[in-house]
Write a protein that binds this ligand. Structure first.
Ligand SMILES: [Zn+2]
Ligand SMILES: [Zn+2]
Length: 821
């Protein structure tokens, strides 16, 4: 007998897809890309995505049935399923892991999913059906329940439909860990029932209310006024009641009698902000126009074009022009930026031009907002989406162009968890699936992109070598801190030279940015007697001192410890703070330049979006004179009044034991320098370094990125590093140090039979103990040919599978990172 089966992707790392049988009554509505409810294992239920539907006889093994179909329409297209498949293959993970990363949480229900009452839900149960009511009621008593609990409460096996209804009505939320939550805006909307659009009925109603219910009549009158006599359409409830001078109670009787309808709607934050203001006419300079023409010509020839433009050359204006052209052709555009570059500043600029057609997507948005954006992209309502790396997962229907700005930025790479994808490379594949075009923009392109463009000629190239408005590149000064110290010209972390320059700038009413690399400068506690340093109990890193919280914290696992009163080692009480975090720099600035107004932008202050934007705004409005920051100050920010940028310790950027240290260091310095000197004035950059031997510093002095790339390429080639080779990193983790050692030697030995000298390790990484897990690392270099890469990946997969079956090593966690950065 012929049966229907469906292959379902579940958000799990175990296997790629699972086969379920499709009951006859669900057959007709089952479509690829819809979510279905299925049971997995003895008890758990999941919402999975239909990937394949086929008919055949019995499979020879038992399959469970699909329990229910959750969506009216597919939430994901076959094109995107193809992207998932590519990501899973390329980055060596399961499609379930891609699904987990790609879908907003409220789409990913499982029996363990935690449900919460929506903070804006106002106990108005009248719009809920009986089942929804039971769940909502349970949530007013308990703070959170699992979907499993919901099954118990309803005495039902299939509850996802009820949950989905509650989510859509804004009554509940799916609990998300680690995501900062905004309160989504919910508003009540009301409308006159259509019966009363007929004049006779309306007249009757009038007479009825006139006699007995003056306030209700006032509501009706207000409605007529607000609708301009049309007497139909939805209004905000609040607006109506304000106009009528009536209360919710008055309205309730109208609603209960069926005269008015009421609906809770989520007010789109995007829409509210989107009201397109006047469109700024922007003239491209002749240099920009030439570049623009070249860009268009190159796009005809090549699917991917790189735009190498120095800082402030006006790349954004070229993007905007191009986006407009694609929108006019009815196409969608994805515009990817590094997370921290997604500032209100940038988005406001785009909104002014693209109004309602633009959506913004990144990790700081809550789930409801993400689903809203998801739907609008799927329906083609959003023509442009500006997003951080997860933007590549949005369900575009007619994508025409992808722009990856600051393509060199390593926040495009996801480190943890799997899929460990690079959004730039994924975006190029996404564009390829739509036969769309990709633009990679940067002032300091990655070596990979540079190589693909200039050596392999895979990508077209357009250059913008002039800053917009003829502004000159800043003047760069190098300060040898060792020499300065000998001359007694150093005060703590500052050379007198830099301090004097800061003072001069401030006297002229100009602003200053001070950049301190985040790595290695976190302040920590140290015993003045025996040099003991408090360490995290779960990781092999020292604890960081947090002045405002008055405690020590681990930046790897979040472990906290109150401040020590005395040394754990010798009992001494002379505990000091060492290291220079941004807080400490702020303190010192106050010491040397009393009364100056400072602000900080670092991981700590950026944790809340508000804090981040407040600081930026204050700096913009010149309420802050000196902005002290880490990596955050380098991107997406335009300030008119900054004349000086100080880089406090360049050697810290460059001494990191990583083959990309020079590339990253140069890119960072170049980006942060780009903040100096905008409109009228040439800016100034002062770079301090304790070690002047790094060749990068000389290239930086001349701001000669091409020369730097040339020299760096030679050393990469000599050492068999990317872009000439591909790398795959295999991490093994276990709580038992001895076991992970043995397992890593075992894996390395087996793989070495295939990869020989191209395998490095196992090594103990710089931080080799995190969250009580010991880590060992194996690095494999592969040639660039597709065949060699595919073969190599297959070997690695086999060995990992083998390890998973090995009786001693089953419990060892293996993480594969393709193109680790
Ligand atoms: Zn001590
Ligand atoms: Zn820790």
């Amino acid at each position: 007998m012929v049966k229907t089966y469906a292959d379902i992707i579940l958000p799990l790392a175990v296997s790629d897809t699972y086969t379920f049988e499709v009951p006859a009554d669900l057959k007709e509505k089952l479509v690829i890309g819809k979510r279905v409810e299925v049971q997995f294992g003895a008890k758990r239920v999941y919402a999975g995505i239909v990937e394949k539907i086929y008919e055949t006889g019995p499979l020879g093994y038992k399959t469970k049935p699909v329990l229910n179909i959750l969506d009216e329409e597919p939430i994901i297209t076959t094109t995107h399923l193809a992207l998932w498949q590519w990501i899973a293959n390329y980055y060596m993970c399961t499609k379930g892991e891609v699904m987990a990363a790609g879908l907003p949480s409220a789409f990913k229900l499982s029996s363990e999913t935690l449900l919460l009452l929506h903070p804006n839900f106002d106990d108005d149960f009248s719009l809920l059906n009986e089942r929804e009511y039971l769940i909502a009621e349970a949530l007013t008593i308990q703070n959170e329940i699992t979907i499993e609990d919901a099954r118990e409460i309803l005495q039902l096996k299939q509850v996802f439909y009820v949950i989905k209804g509650l989510l859509e009505k804004g009554v509940i939320l799916v609990k998300e860990e680690l995501v900062e939550r905004y309160k989504p805006k919910l508003s009540s909307y009301v409308a006159l029932h259509e019966t009363y659009q007929a004049e006779a009925a309306l007249k009757d109603l009038f007479e009825q209310l006139e006699k007995r219910a003056a306030k209700q009549l006032a509501v009706l009158m207000a409605y007529m006024q607000l609708t301009g006599g049309k007497n139909k359409g939805w209004l905000k409830k609040k607006e109506l009641l304000d106009k009528a001078g009536a209360s919710s109670g008055h309205f309730k009787s109208l609603r209960d009698k069926g005269i008015f309808l009421e609906e809770k709607r989520q007010v789109s934050r995007m829409e509210e902000a989107a009201a397109a203001e006047e469109v700024i006419a922007y003239e491209l300079s002749s240099t920009q126009q030439t570049a623009y023409d070249q860009l268009k010509a190159e796009l005809l020839e090549k699917p991917v074009v790189t735009l190498f433009g120095v800082t402030s050359s006006g790349k954004t204006q070229l993007y905007m022009q191009l986006i407009e052209e694609y929108i006019q052709q009815g196409k969608q555009v994805l515009y990817l930026l590094p997370e921290i570059a997604l500032t209100t500043q940038m988005i406001g600029r785009l909104r002014k031009v693209f109004g309602h057609q633009i959506g913004v997507y990144h990790s700081k948005f809550n789930d409801q907002e993400r689903i809203e954006i998801w739907q609008k992209v799927l329906l083609g309502e959003y023509k442009v989406v500006v997003g951080a790396r997860s933007g590549v997962f949005l369900p575009f229907v007619d994508l025409g162009l992808v722009i990856v700005d600051e393509e060199h930025d390593h926040s495009f790479k996801q480190y943890d968890p799997a899929p460990r994808y690079h959004a730039r490379d994924t975006a190029i594949y996404l564009a390829h699936l739509f036969k769309a075009k990709t633009i990679l923009g940067s002032a300091t392109p990655s070596l990979e992109t540079h190589f693909n463009a200039t050596k392999l000629h895979k990508y077209g190239i357009v250059r913008l070598t002039e800053r917009y408005g003829g502004v000159k590149l800043p003047v760069i000064d190098l300060v040898d801190m060792r020499e300065a110290a000998l001359q007694k010209e150093v005060r703590s972390l500052f050379s007198n030279y830099l301090l004097k320059a800061i003072q001069q700038a401030l006297e002229l009413g100009e602003q200053v940015i001070l950049f301190q690399n985040r790595r290695g400068y976190a302040p920590y506690f140290i015993c003045g007697d025996c040099s003991w340093i408090p360490y995290c109990v779960q990781c092999d890193v020292s604890l960081t001192y947090h002045k405002y919280a008055k405690e020590l914290r681990c930046h790897y696992c979040g472990f906290r410890h109150p401040l020590y009163k005395k040394c754990d080692e010798c009992g001494g009480t002379d505990l000091r703070i060492a290291g220079f975090g941004t807080e400490k720099i702020e303190e010192e600035i106050q010491l040397f330049l009393p009364g100056v107004k400072t602000g900080r932008l670092d991981l700590e202050t950026a944790r809340s979006k508000k804090g981040f934007e407040k600081t930026l705004e204050a700096f913009q409005d010149q309420k802050i004179q000196i902005l002290i920051g880490t990596q955050m100050v380098t991107k997406g920010l335009d300030f008119d009044n900054v004349s000086l940028v100080g880089i406090l310790s360049a050697d810290q950027l460059l001494s990191f034991p990583d083959f990309r240290a020079s590339e990253r260091g140069f890119q960072l310095m170049m980006q942060v320098s780009g903040r100096a000197g905008r409109r009228q004035k040439q800016g100034r950059v002062i770079i301090q370094s304790n070690n002047m031997d790094y060749p990068v510093l000389q290239f930086m002095l001349n701001q000669d990125y091409p020369a730097f790339i040339n020299s760096e390429m030679h050393s990469r080639l000599r050492l068999d590093y990317p872009p000439f080779y591909r790398m795959i990193q295999v991490d093994l983790k276990h709580k038992d140090k001895e076991k992970v050692n043995r397992a890593s030697f075992y894996v390395a030995k087996t793989l070495r039979q295939m990869f020989g000298e191209q395998l490095l390790g196992p090594t103990v990484p710089l931080v080799s103990f995190i969250r009580r897990y010991h880590i060992r690392q194996i690095l494999i270099k592969l040639g660039r040919s597709g065949k060699e890469i595919a073969q190599g990946k297959q070997w690695i997969r086999k060995v990992v599978e083998h390890l998973k079956q090995h009786k001693d090593f089953k419990s060892v966690i293996v993480q594969i990172n393709v193109d680790p950065y």
